[in-house]
Design a protein around this ligand. Structure first.
Ligand SMILES: Nc1ncnc2c1ncn2[C@@H]1O[C@H](COP(=O)(O)OP(=O)(O)OP(=O)(O)O)[C@@H](O)[C@H]1O
Ligand SMILES: [Mg+2]
Length: 309
């Protein structure tokens, strides 16, 4: 039985080989016995899926596959899944599961007790919110400090302009922050708007939230890393009881490859800051990818029934 295939983006300058950002993972996957194939990320986002998957070998019909690559919107992931089927490969994370882990409305219920209270609303790119929209969100969530993001990403680097809302009950000021987030996200606005209650987290030496990223493959913990934005050398230590609680959320979500970003609040309570689809979560540059690729290689193999050979 063949191990799952690993798909990574190709190097835009050398289309037969992995993008340098994923080269170490591709090497580690080969060492774990997996075959590696490249997909063309530019062609994926351009919607030219035939071109995107043309370097995926067709020899193993029904072969299972993991993707490790750049973030893509859910409809694009669905196109990729269909394109891969034409090459005989089946993504182990189907598009429904991808959406569930990638977008906050998909994962929120499974982690509701562990993550800041949030509300969301589908929203068109570049549609400006009105005070009345924001007042309605304040009604649901309550006033006080809050944070805005889209279903997937925040503008955390424009914290005061487009991310942090000092008081959601101050509709004019909150509307300005939310409108700026929408404007800056432009056509990349992913799904809609999320407004979350702000919770104070313990900072690292540079004042950033100290976050640990736990990687879950088929419901089991494969690896814990610092958040990829943390300075090199950051160490993380998450209590086992917290990991047990998070594992329950991962099982409830049901997606086969998930990351959970965890941080300790200033009152000491551990929280889930966000959940992601593991296929598009970044690994810190200095992290040995072997524990992750080993866990992925043990994922459901291609069955005899599915395999042509
Ligand atoms: N509810 C919250 N209360 C306080 N701070 C928060 C909250 N949610 C997020 N943050 C802070 O904002 C940062 C960005 O939030 P989040 O991780 O949700 O966005 P992101 O853009 O998806 O980030 P990335 O993909 O880089 O991890 C977090 O690292 C954390 O410091
Ligand atoms: Mg984050």
């Amino acid at each position: 039985m063949a191990l799952p295939l690993l798909l990574v983006p190709s190097d835009p300058l050398a289309p037969r080989v992995p993008d340098p950002h994923f080269a170490r993972e591709a090497d580690a996957a080969r060492q774990a016995g997996m075959d590696v194939a490249v997909v063309d990320h530019d062609a994926i986002i351009a919607g030219d899926i035939r071109a995107a998957v043309r370097r995926v070998p067709t020899s193993n019909v029904g072969r299972t596959a993991w993707y490790r690559g750049w973030m893509i919107h859910t409809p694009t992931y669905a196109l990729l899944a269909t394109g891969l089927q034409t090459r005989g490969a089946r993504l182990l994370t189907d598009p429904t599961m991808y959406q569930a882990a990638h977008e906050l409305p998909g994962w929120y219920d499974a982690f509701a007790d562990l993550t800041p209270t949030s509300i969301w609303s589908p929203w068109e790119a570049n549609r400006t919110p009105k005070h009345a929209d924001v007042a309605a969100w304040a009604c649901k969530l309550g006033g006080g400090p809050a944070l805005v993001k889209d279903y997937v990403k925040s503008r955390k680097h424009e914290w005061h302009e487009a991310c942090f809302i000092p008081d959601l009950a101050d509709a004019p000021a909150a509307t300005r922050v939310i409108a700026t987030m929408i404007k800056l996200q432009d056509a990349d606005l992913n799904g809609g708007i999320v407004v979350r209650r702000f919770e104070p987290f313990l900072p690292d030496d540079a004042g950033r939230t100290r976050e640990a990223r736990a990687w879950w493959v088929e419901g089991s913990l494969a690896l814990i890393t610092p958040h990829p934005d943390a300075p090199a050398g950051t160490t993380v230590n998450v209590p086992a009881a917290i990991l047990d609680a998070v594992r329950s959320g991962v099982h409830a979500l049901g997606s086969p490859f998930v990351t959970t970003d965890l941080a300790q609040r200033s009152d000491g309570v551990w929280r889930v800051i966000e959940v992601g689809d593991g296929q598009v979560s970044d690994l810190p540059a200095t992290q040995d990818p072997a524990p992750l690729t080993q866990a992925l290689s043990a994922g459901p193999p291609t069955t005899r029934h599915e395999s042509r050979s």
